[in-house]
Write a protein that binds this ligand. Structure first.
Ligand SMILES: CC/C=C\C/C=C\CCC/C=C/CC(=O)SCCNC(=O)CCNC(=O)[C@H](O)C(C)(C)COP(=O)(O)OP(=O)(O)OC[C@H]1O[C@@H](n2cnc3c(N)ncnc32)[C@H](O)[C@@H]1OP(=O)(O)O
Length: 260
């Protein structure tokens, strides 16, 4: 039984809706990553499901990205386990044979943005409070190569380089202009817009669309698959550094003090 991920049958045949519900901010904790992987595996094996709309149960925060508390003050074995789970989620999403449509109904930084970038299409609610992007440099950390590759595959090299160096979080109109999202719609129309685009994608025969998706994505997937263990060791080495730990602690404190 999953607590942090809700899977519902969509209103249209062949469509499931996967909702994030990990309060307060839908951070990708280890438990949440594991529940997501299990939910995605079940959906992947369900022949009746051809497409999945991915969204947050409560509007406001789509995903707050990776859970910073999983990357602070822990031991190397924990960092390794956590990173393997992050890799696994990305591999499941990026290689999914289903049509994935992200209905972005809230803040979508870093790991949240990455998850949405693995989808085939992104619709974002037109709310200036919501932003999306790979903001890692703002935290004093670096987006790993496969985060970078996923962004490059979406927006091209120049836009990705600029966005990554600056750690830009784009509001909806700017995100559309850069190409991080494909469509921006009034908030109340988000779910219907996601279902409408899903219907267009499902009009294509599955086998042709799936083989095309694999052809487009395989080189990027292969890069991680062939160096998964090295990537884990690289993450553990970097995240264990005192300077990175200090940067993450400072960022977490800033988030906590925001309220005070
Ligand atoms: C091979 C390896 C190569 C390199 C290795 C080096 C680095 C590794 C790279 C790792 C990649 C990481 C990618 C990430 O995803 S990092 C996380 C980035 N996320 C963010 O920057 C988002 C931060 N949060 C926010 O901006 C806001 O919280 C948000 C807009 C989401 C919501 O705002 P709101 O005002 O509604 O809530 P807050 O009061 O800010 O937060 C409520 C409580 O939640 C805590 N919180 C928020 N975000 C996180 C998070 N990502 N992880 C853990 N906890 C989080 C926040 O501190 C508040 O806590 P309390 O005060 O209630 O205790």
């Amino acid at each position: 039984m999953s607590h942090r991920v809700l899977v519902e049958a969509g209103p249209a045949a062949g469509v499931a809706v996967l909702k994030f519900r990990n309060p307060p901010v839908n951070a990708l904790s280890l438990e949440m990553l594991m529940e997501l992987v299990i939910s995605l595996e079940k959906l992947e094996n369900d022949k009746a499901v051809r497409g999945i709309v991915i969204t947050a149960e409560n509007p406001g925060i789509f995903l707050a990205g990776l859970d910073l508390t999983e990357m602070c003050g822990r031991n190397p074995a924990h960092y390794a386990k956590y990173w393997e789970a992050v890799q696994e989620l990305w591999l499941r999403l990026y290689q999914s044979s289903k049509v994935l449509v992200a209905a972005i109904n809230g803040a979508c930084p870093a790991g949240g943005c990455l998850a949405s970038l693995t989808c085939d299409y992104r619709v974002m609610a037109d709310n200036p409070k919501y932003t999306i992007g790979l903001n890692e440099t703002q935290l004093g950390i670096i987006a790993p190569f496969w985060f970078k590759d996923t962004l490059v595959n979406t927006v091209g090299h120049r836009a990705a380089e600029q966005a990554l160096q600056l750690g830009t979080l784009f509001p909806p109109a700017k995100a559309l202009q850069v190409g991080i999202v494909d469509q921006v719609v009034p908030e109340e129309q988000l779910q219907s817009a996601a279902l409408s685009v899903m219907a267009q994608w499902l009009a294509i025969p599955d086998h042709a669309r799936q083989l095309t998706k694999t052809m487009m994505r395989k080189p990027t997937v292969d890069q991680l698959v062939k160096q998964r263990e090295a990537d884990i060791q690289s993450f553990v080495g970097l995240i264990s550094q005192d300077s990175i730990q200090r940067a993450l602690q400072t960022y977490l404190q800033k988030l906590r003090q925001k309220k005070g």
